[in-house]
Design a binder for this molecule. Structure first.
Ligand SMILES: Cc1cc2nc3c(=O)[nH]c(=O)nc-3n(C[C@H](O)[C@H](O)[C@H](O)COP(=O)(O)OP(=O)(O)OC[C@H]3O[C@@H](n4cnc5c(N)ncnc54)[C@H](O)[C@@H]3O)c2cc1C
Length: 351
């Protein structure tokens, strides 16, 4: 968002209570996809646009160290889950999404030699999907925005938002006691977005859905792309690291289990799929909150009752961040709203 506004000549101040890219963005599975977004056609289309915007961003700022467009693999263990996976693949193909069904043997031979996957099991390959190193991407965008003149105020929280007599945004108060005169505020505070919305007495309902991510350190990364295996999701995370996630393990967060124990469960599942990961060591495990508006869909755009206040709050914002950033910047600067965002406007959550 800040990068988009800066390159179009806006005066931008980037404010982060911590450091940009080190929030949930750094503790994400970071899979760029639309194949997991079939619940609503408009949401699927927005995610397809998100994938295209990621590719365009890689061309604009360079892909190195953050953009890994090597596709995605997914397979199932039991027949019911397999039938559902293949049915989804058929729907996606009918919607024009690139999908290939291979066998386990073929995948091992051509794509991922280190996998334990039965020879005959169907494996769905989505060639246009990718993963992103979120912290590196955000670092690159912040660096370029700063070169374009954006002011960076990091380690300082927004503690108040001032509204003028006409009801529009006027000032932002910061935790160091300073204050800024502004025309526009974009609330992109991720899991803390409802607190920031509360500063203008707006109720942004959010859903609590924490997830647990484990990073493994390894001498050699034995996988080349992101994948959903039964019980475990695995992706590379650079030259000497692998990231693990599982919705099944997320479901244990509220049982009071120690995150270190959750990390061990993830590692155990991963070594069953990629035996070589048995030699890897757990480097870090973190539980992070997903930023999810109450109905599960993004909240993007102006809040008409408070002129100058905008939201950019979304789950799947690794996939959606680049398209949301582009569309919202053009809404802020040009005043027009893109039809792609119609189902995701903030005013569906009334004041
Ligand atoms: C386990 C897990 C797996 C996921 N997997 C995927 C996936 O595979 N694909 C995908 O697309 N998405 C995935 N997501 C979701 C994705 O990670 C998030 O949607 C995305 O990272 C949100 O980015 P953000 O910038 O909104 O939030 P953040 O990265 O958290 O950034 C928000 C920033 O706001 C700052 N902030 C908060 N309050 C204030 C304040 N008052 N003043 C100033 N600054 C403030 C914070 O310091 C933080 O740096 C996953 C999430 C989780 C938890």
């Amino acid at each position: 968002m800040g990068w988009n506004l800066s390159r179009h000549g806006a005066e931008v101040v980037l404010i982060d209570a911590g450091h940009p890219g080190e929030g949930v963005t750094n503790w994400s599975f970071s899979w760029v996809n639309a194949s997991n977004k079939t619940e609503r056609r408009s949401y699927f289309d927005l995610n397809v646009a998100g994938m295209a915007a990621c590719r365009e961003l890689a061309e604009a700022i360079g892909p190195d160290s953050w953009w890994y467009p090597d596709g995605h693999l997914r397979w199932a263990e039991d027949l019911a889950a397999e039938a559902k996976l293949l049915q989804t693949a058929e729907l996606l193909a009918a919607w024009g999404y690139r999908v290939e069904v291979r066998t386990g043997a073929e995948v091992r031979r051509r794509l991922e030699p280190a996998l334990e996957v039965p020879d005959q099991v169907p494996v769905v390959f989505y060639p246009d999907e990718a993963w992103v190193h979120g912290r590196h991407l955000v670092g690159r965008l912040v660096g370029q925005a700063a070169e374009l003149g954006a002011v960076c105020r990091f380690g300082i929280a927004v503690s108040g938002i001032g509204i003028g007599a006409d009801g529009s945004i006027r000032t932002v108060a910061l935790s160091d006691g300073s204050s800024l005169d502004v025309d526009v505020v974009v609330n992109a505070a991720g899991p803390d977005a409802s607190q920031v919305a509360g500063l203008i007495a707006r109720h942004l309902p959010t859903r609590r859905e924490p997830g647990v991510i484990t990073r493994l350190g390894c001498d050699r990364v034995p996988v080349h792309r992101a994948m959903h295996a039964p019980h475990i999701e695995i992706r590379p995370d650079g030259d000497d690291s692998v990231v693990l996630h599982s919705r099944e393990v997320d479901a244990l967060i509220d049982t009071g289990k120690d995150p270190a124990e959750l990390g061990r469960l993830l590692h155990e599942s991963a070594r069953r799929v990629v035996p070589e990961l048995g030699n890897a060591r757990i480097a870090a495990t973190r539980v992070a909150d997903r930023p999810i508006p109450g109905d599960g869909f993004p909240s993007v755009g102006a809040v008409p009752s408070v002129p100058g206040y905008y939201e950019a709050v979304s789950h799947s914002a690794i996939t959606l961040g680049p398209v949301i950033g582009r569309l919202l910047a053009s809404e802020i600067l040009g005043g027009s709203t893109d039809a792609m965002l119609t189902d995701f406007r903030p005013e569906r959550f009334p004041q």
